[in-house]
Write a protein that binds this ligand. Sequence first.
Ligand SMILES: NC(=O)c1ccc[n+]([C@@H]2O[C@H](COP(=O)([O-])OP(=O)(O)OC[C@H]3O[C@@H](n4cnc5c(N)ncnc54)[C@H](OP(=O)(O)O)[C@@H]3O)[C@@H](O)[C@H]2O)c1
Length: 283
Amino acid sequence: MLLLTGANGKTGREVLKALVAKGETVRAFIRQESQWPDLQALGASEYAVGDMADGPSIDSAMEGCQKVVHIGPPMHPDEKAMTQCFVELAKKHQIEHFIYYSVMHPLRRDVRHHSLKLDAEEVLIESMLPYTIVQPIRYMQHLLPIWNTVVETGVHAMPFNTQVKFNVVDLKDLAEATAIIATTPGHLYATYEFAGPESLSQQDMAEIISDVIGRPVSAQAVTLEQVADKARARGFNEDRVKQMQIMNKHYDECGFLGNPNVLSMVLGRSPTRFRAFVERLNR
Ligand SMILES: NC(=O)c1ccc[n+]([C@@H]2O[C@H](COP(=O)([O-])OP(=O)(O)OC[C@H]3O[C@@H](n4cnc5c(N)ncnc54)[C@H](OP(=O)(O)O)[C@@H]3O)[C@@H](O)[C@H]2O)c1
């Protein structure tokens, strides 16, 4: 049995589907019982209701599990403490493989949620648990919430300048790679950087989208304040809004570049290119 945290989230649902496709038996760690039917439909075998800030609920969720895939909530100020709690309880339950879903370049000390994941990685490595750490770069799926607008208006807008480059990666590839790590031998004590195969600016991405949909698309940088207003409208708290601004400012200055070799090795194939991702969206 594998305990999957963050199971109801964007990443968790894709990882759940990929684990089930590889034949893994999954217990989904969720916050509310009402979330269970959806996850059962995706193939989860069991569920445990709990909170990542509540040790006793994690303790009982881990009962009878041999593996954990821990996906923490995005930009959470307690990422280190939460992971620490999972790691301590994983030792108690003699978990045979603890897979921690981190982020690429956790060493970016000026971006708090990267830095907290580095602290969490340190806790895991020092625990002596059999672990694998996956470090994904920015997802291609950030296009999803704006896809209809891009198609309707011909404007591809992101909160950083249009020339800075990213090796965006397909979340489906990340999920498949995580499932391979969880279900096949040979991945213990590895830290894997997972990035997409091309370094693309928003301008490059706009050109690819334009080509696929057969209409002009231009890239546009939106201001950090516009993004903050949208985030507040979605109900994000001020801490999350601030962390998003720090991240986007950092992207504006440095982009997010990485190398696809490790992801290719784990998948046994080349990672998905941005054009193929857009063609999938446009179907
Ligand atoms: N997006 C990217 O480009 C990217 C890149 C690299 C790494 N990551 C990492 O991927 C991880 C997942 O991101 P995501 O976008 O998939 O997040 P998400 O869609 O917001 O999902 C987060 C999940 O965690 C659950 N959750 C939140 N707080 C919880 C708590 N206190 N106790 C129990 N469950 C809790 C949420 O439950 P509810 O469903 O009840 O709300 C939700 O199901 C993050 O750690 C992020 O840093 C993301």
